[in-house]
Design a protein around this ligand. Sequence first.
Ligand SMILES: [Fe+2]
Length: 225
Amino acid sequence: MSRMCNGAKMFVDGIIQNATSSIISHPFLKKFANGEIRDSEVIRRWALARYLSSSKFPELVKSAIAVCGEQDSKLTRVLEKNLRDELKPMPHPEMFRNFLLSLGIQREEFEAYLRINKTIIYPANIITIMGTKPETIAAVMLVIEVMIGIECTEVARGLRTVYGESLDLLFFDFHGVQDLSTHLKPFQRIVVDYAVDEVKRREIDLVVSPTIDSKLSFYDQFRVI
Ligand SMILES: [Fe+2]
């Protein structure tokens, strides 16, 4: 491997490390993962808000596909596969609804929640941050896959501590593994390819922190008790 490629790989490893440590050390998620959030009202509020962002996720990927278009056909194919994986083998919204039901949140309640918040486009600011260049789109997606993969793994750990095996945690178990073992890699490779260029590296750098902050801001709405 040339020095340049090595540099690109280190650069991208740094992004993954940054995204990992930011989500893992968020005070709320940390307490949640350790089973220290036991207020069922807080967990219900978190679950409904998380359902909303999960159900809007395909909008983000569709928007990325539309912007990427012909610019980078490899990236477009990865994004399209990502979108298909949202529906197969089991639709992610359905998995999440099964989780909500097992938590005792009734169908009418989460449907009403979605209706009230229907104008929210999945995180609108992430679509803006993503920009119009394939290197920034790939970098934003990479950060998101890392953070959601870790979030799902940690959440499943915390919910098991509090509720034992009484909850349907398939959404989190499945997502945690899928994002970290299969979704992350293709985006990682694409960002490494772009990151051999100093100019592109600077562009990538500009989107990484805002994407991390945007994901963390979801957890900032929950107070640590
Ligand atoms: Fe994913």
